[in-house]
Design a protein around this ligand. Sequence first.
Ligand code: ATP
Ligand SMILES: Nc1ccn([C@H]2C[C@H](O)[C@@H](COP(=O)(O)O)O2)c(=O)n1
Length: 234
Amino acid sequence: MNGPDLVVVAIDGPSGSGKSSVARAVASRLRYGYLDTGAMYRAATWWCLDQHVDLTDAEGVAAAVRAMPLTIGTDPEAPGVEVGGTDISVPIRTTEISTQVSAVATNLDVRDELRRRQREIIGLVGRERGGIVAEGRDITTVVAPDSDVRILLYASEEARLARRSTELHGNASTANVEATRDQIVRRDRDDSTVSSFMQAAPGVSLIDTSDLSLQGSVEAVLDQIASDLGRIRD
Ligand SMILES: Nc1ncnc2c1ncn2[C@@H]1O[C@H](COP(=O)(O)OP(=O)(O)OP(=O)(O)O)[C@@H](O)[C@H]1O
Ligand SMILES: Nc1ccn([C@H]2C[C@H](O)[C@@H](COP(=O)(O)O)O2)c(=O)n1
């Protein structure tokens, strides 16, 4: 628990489960801050490539990330990402970054550094705004296991492939789903070697969004928050 002046909502889940969309909408509704920790790993990958660091050089990658001048926006209405004053909100979402980010995210020294920054942001922004919704793969378990609300947002592999395929290609045809598979299934397999996000840890509430609309997922998370905080929903 974080005390009456700061509510921390931690959301984890596999790729395409809807963490970013749902966490951002929930933070907006509650007027809380929003932290997309995946964007930090994506920014670290962009930075290493920009600095011509070989991603297989674990020590070189860790040193580069420790020196990364990252500013991550925490306003859910406009969560920008900048490195050294350059806006990289769009480049970090490219397939080039999505296919390489796990190489950086599985570097344990990188994880130590980014977790340290994440805890700092959660404390600072959470206190400023009265609360923060932080999402990723290890927020409920490692970054902020004492969060007031801990949720694992789940969706079946089929639902997640269809969502990402629709987002990237406009539909979930068989060809498009197959083209998306690496970004969902292989990435989750690689990321699972350092974090546990396919099953809810003890004390973490599981919300299965496979058959929910985006709005339905947002409402389910708001209901869980109200229930865990012992509040009546607005
Ligand atoms: N029921 C739902 N709940 C959440 N998102 C949904 C739902 N249905 C469709 N979507 C869509 O799924 C897509 C993936 O969502 P989002 O990017 O938030 O997932 P994510 O878990 O953050 O993925 P990643 O970890 O790969 O970034 C978005 O286009 C979102 O609008
Ligand atoms: N807390 C976190 C957040 C993200 N990652 C990794 C896993 C993903 O491959 C990558 C990008 O995340 P996304 O934007 O797709 O949510 O970062 C992690 O290991 N821990």
